[in-house]
Design a protein around this ligand. Structure first.
Ligand code: DGL
Length: 263
């Protein structure tokens, strides 16, 4: 059981930012990543559709024999976790709760900003998770859909990225903590930090999720502590773009992905 892989899925390329943190923290673990590149984006789709896609992908990864599943996509984490946990008994970790916990621990002013896709913001999942821990925290939420194509285009720190960040974030004034509630946003950290100022703490849900994965594996006695982890990548559309753009998201170690049909 300990030798089984960690399964990670996302709507496409973005979840590689979460995988990167998992690999950094848990280099000995094998990982199987699935990017649903044929059906991306999830952020503009209904909760019902995203839940259906997530169930199909989870079946696929569970059939590969994984020991734990990470839902790296914020939108899928926001809407599909109860359905996935209702169907499967393996540990399933989403990105929302770890990010929300960190935001609560970080804020002094009790004013937290949350940015994400339309689907994530509409679900209110971060706000609910934050208020479940600390009901007195004020949460200001905002969808920032243009950050996704900017990150994929590699326009992460130029005048276009700064202008988009200024436009989206101008009403975030007063928050001392901002949750980057979308897989792509960590790539725009520098532009977001320029606009928000150095006093505002940016919460990367991917980093917090990796810590949660380690905590759960350790508690279950499933932590692998030696060897070099094997990386497997699956996509649901042609792999070329996933490999070329994904390399920037992952920072290396991605030279091949296999196309699969889901369901
Ligand atoms: N992975 C998605 C998320 O974190 C962003 C891209 C999409 O809309 O599918 O919400």
């Amino acid at each position: 059981m300990i030798d089984k892989a960690i399964g990670v899925f996302d709507s496409g390329i973005g979840g590689l930012t979460v995988l990167k943190e998992i690999i950094k923290l848990l280099p000995h673990e094998d990982t199987i990543y699935l990017g649903d590149t044929a059906r991306v984006p999830y952020g503009t789709k209904s909760a019902e559709t995203v839940t259906r896609y997530s169930l199909e992908i989870t079946d696929f990864l569970v059939n590969k024999g994984i020991k734990l599943l990470v839902v790296a996509c914020n939108t899928a984490s926001a809407v599909a976790l109860p359905a996935l946990r209702g169907k499967h008994s393996l540990p399933i970790i989403g990105v929302i709760e770890p990010g929300a916990r960190k935001a609560v621990a970080s804020t002094q002013t009790k004013k937290v900003g949350v940015i994400g896709t339309e689907g994530t913001i509409k679900s209110g999942a971060y706000e609910k998770a934050i208020k479940a821990i600390a009901p007195d925290i004020e949460v200001i939420s905002k969808p920032c859909p243009l950050f996704v194509p900017l990150a994929e285009e590699g326009w992460t720190d130029n005048e276009v990225a700064i202008a988009a960040a200024e436009r989206y974030l101008h009403d975030m004034k007063g928050v001392d903590t901002l949750v980057l509630g979308c897989t792509h946003y960590p790539l725009l950290k520098s532009a977001i930090a320029t606009v928000m100022g150095s006093d505002v703490r940016l919460i990367d849900s991917g980093e917090e999720t990796a810590l949660e994965v380690r905590r759960v594996l350790s508690k279950e006695g499933l932590l692998k502590e030696e060897g070099t982890g094997k990386r497997t990548f699956y996509v649901t559309d042609t792999p070329e773009r996933f490999v070329s753009v994904g390399l920037r998201f992952l920072g290396g170690g991605l030279d091949h992905a296999e196309r699969v049909e889901i369901p």
